[in-house]
Design a protein around this ligand. Structure first.
Ligand code: RM4
Ligand code: MN
Ligand code: MN
Length: 423
């Protein structure tokens, strides 16, 4: 695997892009910083915290993905995990905010983890949570997961699912990952098909075995989802079930909130607040939805909802210095160039994270104590309506990324070069 002959977006190209926009960005940044200082905001502190905001790129997000019906590939998509890492490194080069990649097994399986690890290190990348997959059968699989995996009534299927999760942990250990994310599709399509109590007990018992195999510095995340593929009953359908399961599994089992895994109208920030209170919030799969598990680009539909979630996280970070949930992207790109979708996502995340950092907590608390609903809401809105894009752009430039990652990516001709390279 010769890294050096491949087309890359180098720091010289990024620096040239930034130089071209430097004057305008400087003006916008100064004007905003002045306005924020007038509002009593410590702009340097906001910039420091913005610089610390990092999000993991999913290996599967670098390819055209997931409608249930088919995918429509554009030329130049990555063909293997090495090329997926190349693309992830491109996102990191342009944003300075995505130093880690999340792998999905067996999709990203390699027989040679040492080489993959070395390759990643050369690109300046590390590995975030490993995702297991027992929601599909793989070619040559001994027992089918047709009737379930970790929660299956059949012991063979359960043991095979546990063994797969242990293998994912081993694979992740070899790569330097520190977490595993478990999502299962187990459930039923017809009332009576499955015992609601026994299926949950089997699931929790299986999780416990996976938990017991965690290396000492590892965490596990469990992901709930209200329905699909099991439409009548899903074993891990909601945050309450997930909280119970995590508590039964063990202290290092945390709940992962995938934003798309909620029914329309759900107050996700309240769920987040409860999970924080229980000490069981593990992290996020960032994406957006209009209906269900749409896997749309994060903040494309409901940016204010994401802001409200981030607000809870900023508050929690203020209360507890060690509070550090994992941020991972989990979305599919059907109509976009996947890399543009990822870049756009990181830009949105940074801008909305910056908004959440601007909330005046002292004022908000005063209004809440005075039962002043209007003033309290307007305090949130003051932050939300602030155009924070110059802060986000400046944070990227300082981190060595591009002021405008999508524009720099387009101007580089990356995808055309990859189409030539990758055939
Ligand atoms: C699921 C869930 C998982 C992801 C798979 C591909 O709906 O969100 O996180 O691994 O899709
Ligand atoms: Mn997910
Ligand atoms: Mn999903």
């Amino acid at each position: 695997m010769m890294a050096d002959r491949k087309f890359r977006i180098g720091s010289d190209r990024i620096a040239a892009h930034n130089r071209a926009g430097a004057k305008a960005l400087d003006e916008d940044f100064r004007a905003l910083a002045r306005a924020l200082k007038r509002r009593g905001v410590d702009v340097e502190a906001v910039m420091r915290r913005l610089a610390a905001f990092q999000v993991a790129v999913p290996s599967w997000g670098t390819r055209s993905g997931g409608t249930r019906f088919g995918t429509f590939d554009i030329p130049g998509l990555p063909r293997d995990i090495f090329e997926k890492l190349d693309d992830a490194a491109t996102v990191h080069a342009l944003t300075g905010a995505t130093p880690k990649v999340s792998l999905h097994l067996p999709w990203d399986h390699t027989d040679d983890p040492a080489t993959l690890k070395r390759y990643a290190r050369k690109l300046g990348l590390g590995f975030d949570a490993m995702n297991s997959n027992t929601f599909q059968d793989q070619p040559g699989q001994v027992v089918s997961f047709r009737h379930g995996s970790l929660a299956a009534a059949g012991r063979d299927a359960r043991e095979q699912a546990i063994a797969h999760n242990l293998a994912v942990i081993e694979a992740g250990r070899a790569l330097g990952s520190k977490a595993i994310t478990v999502w299962i599709g187990d459930g039923a399509n017809a009332p009576g098909q499955m015992d609601l109590t026994a299926s949950f007990e089997r699931y929790a018992a299986s999780l416990k075995k996976v938990h017991a195999a965690l290396p000492p510095d590892w965490t596990m995340f469990i992901e709930y989802k209200p329905f699909e593929p099991a439409f009548y009953y899903t074993v891990l359908a909601d945050w309450g079930s997930a909280l119970m399961a995590s508590q039964e599994a063990g202290p290092r089992c945390r709940v992962l909130v995938d934003l798309g895994h909620h029914l329309p109208g759900t107050n996700i920030e309240a769920i987040v607040a409860r999970l924080i209170r229980a000490g069981r919030l593990g992290g996020f799969h960032l994406n957006d939805n209009a209906y269900a598990d749409d896997d749309l680009t994060a903040a494309s539909i409901a940016p204010y909802r994401l802001f409200r979630i981030f607000h809870e996280l900023v508050l929690a970070g203020g209360r507890e210095k060690r509070f550090k949930p994992a941020y991972m992207i989990d979305q599919s790109h059907n109509f976009q160039d996947p890399l543009e979708g990822l870049l756009q996502t990181v830009m949105e995340m940074q801008a909305i994270w910056a908004k959440a950092l601007l909330v005046d907590h002292a004022r908000l608390a005063e209004y809440q104590d005075a039962d002043d609903a209007v003033a309290a809401e307007m305090t949130l809105k003051d932050a939300f309506h602030t155009d924070t894009r110059p802060l986000a752009a400046m944070a990227r430039v300082v981190a060595g990324g591009a002021a405008d990652p999508v524009a720099a990516y387009r101007a580089s001709g990356y995808r055309v070069a990859k189409a030539r390279e990758r055939g």
